[in-house]
Design a protein around this ligand. Structure first.
Ligand code: COA
Ligand code: AMP
Length: 628
């Protein structure tokens, strides 16, 4: 019997011979053609993994489990307190539905390399749509349901989908969100038009279909023949996921098929300690990378049962919802965002509602999306009496950069730390000139190239943008955009972004894109948006605007306009509720707005006037405004 390696041994194996390490890890995946090279350093922005190899990701998620006798095991449990339903799909069920949807998409002309945009709430059909697209060798791009029409339009214009799959509505506590009017508006705004839309009709709000373009999802699926898997190259894209960049335009992060399947399959055991048959619940949304990797692909690749939850941590119906789901479905590992725990803690500080449920099945809680603040980590640890593991990653990497590893034995609990680098990531803190800093110094967290398999190899049809965004600042390195420190034990402490990205309830937003919206208001001369510290959401955006001279409307009317404008252009997910009119913004002598200083003042931190400031009294004015 072989024993599992230790963390140190696994890292040493990888460092000694990275290609041999990844070739061994790739054995868990079924390939239709072996790779020519484990790593081709000459291809792509930094090289390509498993070049020449062929596989189908959907086959690895569904068909092979049915072929290997797992057909009757639950693959997906959809639990929706919003509709009061629980539906379980076995691997055989999920395969049957996916084959038919793939057939329906093929009948609409979708083939290898074509794009399919998926704009759906948390319904099982969203996961089936992702799998059916990958079955055809096509490329999906899921857009989070909380984005407004204009954001959806930007993504449609960039991805140029042949087909869009959507639903008539999503369900938020206390309101039905009609998706169809948002979809219609987005298509009208986009210069690219899809050939067809498949609309899942939900009984809470049926949508009128546009003749000639829209088709009823269920009717098309019913009528379609089953479609077989289409093998693709390991280096072909599986999906494009748009995420906030530092400009108003979102970045289309590409994920390729081969490396993605290899690392996700392995991460299920190495990080979460789970194997085929185990129940895993990731309480996130398929619109985010966490949902892509850990609601859909990783658990299915491994043959686990994945729980998909259409609800909130609180209010559906109460702060005991998470404990109910864990107990009812015998969840072994829960993965969620710290903001969800803070919401539960706020409503039920002593966690009394957890005692109504038998949650002894839970082995560990994993957190990501934002840094877990130590009080929340400690609260969860004491309440559950189980390991609480914060792990750090981003849309671009697709799987954790740092983590705690149940397969190797967890590291001692250090609240506030994101664990240690996963084997495959050579992580260092660099100074602003790109020099490696000694352990214990705070710097730009950066990864020495090449990135491991699974990490985004490029941006959609924008190799130059990829190089400029991530590789240009420090040659030979990928810059994560996070600042942090690696301590003498090797534990990594991620302290926050070095750019203008903020994190609101685990959702990544660009203050630049919020500023673009505010600046488009006819009365606004200039503006600054910062992320203010927030007890529940980690950060919330606050906008400071200077009005054009001669504007005679009331400040409160203008502030209300601005809040409505952000909701209309970006969507409710921006949680933009606070716009303040100021006489002027603090600036440097060269005219740069001092956003970092504004943020410190808003957060009540010590904020001395920087030597470059044009007029220090602007800071006093801001302090006085905030004190009112
Ligand atoms: N479709 C449409 N609207 C949506 C939506 C969706 N899929 N998801 C959220 N919204 C809306 C909400 O209804 C809310 O609207 P409102 O302004 O009318 O109230 C707004 O977007 C903000 O939503 P949210 O940030 O989720 O705040 P909330 O107050 O509704 O809930 C939490 C707060 C903490 C409970 C919630 O943010 C949460 O569960 N977060 C988990 C985060 C997460 O999973 N992150 C993924 C990365 S791991
Ligand atoms: P996203 O691409 O939406 O997953 O957001 C990625 C960003 O969220 C990272 O660059 C970090 O700034 C932040 N983030 C995610 N997880 C963590 C974590 N565990 N600790 C600290 N920051 C995190």
């Amino acid at each position: 019997m072989t024993t599992a390696p230790s963390y140190t041994e696994a890292c040493a194996d990888w460092r000694r011979d990275p290609e041999a390490y990844w070739a061994a890890e790739a054995q868990g995946i079924a390939w239709t053609r072996p790779w020519d090279k484990v790593f081709d350093p000459r291809a792509g922005a930094f090289g390509q993994w498993f070049a020449g190899g062929m596989l189908n990701t959907c086959y690895n998620c569904l068909d092979r489990h049915v072929e290997n006798g797992r057909g009757d095991q639950p693959a997906l449990i959809h639990d929706s307190p919003m509709t009061g339903t629980v539906n379980t799909f076995t691997y055989r069920d999920l395969l049957g539905r996916t084959e038919k949807l793939a057939g329906a998409l093929a009948s609409l002309g979708v083939g290898k390399g074509d794009r399919v945009v998926i704009y759906m709430p948390m319904v099982p059909e969203a996961a089936i749509a992702m799998l059916a697209t990958s079955r055809l060798g096509a490329i999906h791009s899921v857009v989070f349901g909380g984005f407004a029409a204009a954001e959806l339009a930007t993504r449609i214009a960039d991805a140029k989908p042949k087909v869009i799959i959507s639903a008539s509505c999503g369900l938020e506590p206390g309101r039905v969100v009609e998706y169809k009017p948002l979809l219609d508006a987005a298509i009208a705004l986009s210069p690219h038009k899809p050939d067809a839309c498949l609309i899942l009709q939900r009984p809470q709000a049926e949508a009128a279909l546009t003749p000639g373009r829209d088709h009823d999802f269920n009717a098309r699926v019913e009528a379609a023949p089953s479609h077989a898997c289409v093998p693709v190259l390991a280096t072909d894209p599986l999906y494009v996921l748009y995420t906030s960049g530092t400009t108003g335009r979102p970045k289309g992060v590409v994920r390729d098929n081969g490396g993605h399947a290899v690392v996700l399959w392995n991460s299920m055991r190495m990080i979460y300690g789970l194997d085929a048959g185990d129940v895993f619940w990731t309480a996130s949304d398929v619109g985010w990378v966490v949902g892509h990797s850990y609601i859909v692909y990783a658990p299915l690749l491994r043959g686990c049962t994945s729980v998909m939850y259409e609800g909130k941590p609180v209010g559906t119906p109460d702060a005991g919802a998470f404990w109910r789901v864990i107990a009812q479905h015998r969840v072994k590992v829960l993965f969620t965002a710290p903001t969800a725990l803070r919401a539960i803690k706020q409503r039920d500080p002593e966690g009394k509602l957890s005692r109504d449920h038998d949650i002894s099945c839970l082995d560990a809680l994993y957190l990501a999306g934002e840094r877990c603040d130590p009080p929340t980590g400690v609260w969860a640890h004491e309440l559950l009496g189980k390991p609480v593991v914060d792990h750090w990653w981003q849309t671009e990497t697709g799987w954790p950069i740092t983590a705690g590893f149940r397969q190797f034995g967890l590291f001692p609990f250090k609240p506030g730390s994101g664990g240690r680098p996963c084997p495959g990531y050579d992580l260092h803190a660099l100074d602003d000139d790109g020099r490696e800093l000694p352990q214990g110094s705070t710097g730009n967290l950066s990864l020495r190239l090449p990135l491991p398999p699974g990490c985004g190899p490029t941006l959609w049809q924008n190799d130059d943008g990829y190089r400029a965004s991530y590789l240009a600042d420090f040659p030979g390195w990928y810059r994560t955009g996070d600042a942090g420190v690696i301590d003498t034990d090797g534990d990594v402490w991620v302290m926050g972004r070095t750019d203008d990205i903020i994190n609101v309830a685990g959702h990544r937003l660009s203050t630049g894109s919020l500023e673009e919206v505010l600046a488009s208001h006819r009365d606004v001369a200039e503006c600054a948006v910062i992320g203010a510290r927030d007890e529940l959401k980690g950060q919330t955006p606050i906008g400071f605007v200077v009005l054009k001279s001669g504007v005679d409307r009331s400040e409160s009317d203008i502030a209300a306009d601005l809040v409505a404008l952000v909701r209309e252009r970006i969507g409710p997910v921006a949680a933009f509720k606070d716009a303040r009119v100021v006489a002027r913004l603090p600036k440097t002598r060269s005219g740069k707005i001092l956003r970092a200083t504004i943020r410190k003042i808003v957060d009540g931190e010590d904020a001395p006037a920087p030597p470059t400031i044009e007029d220090p009294t602007a800071l006093d004015e801001l302090r006085a405004l905030l004190a009112d």
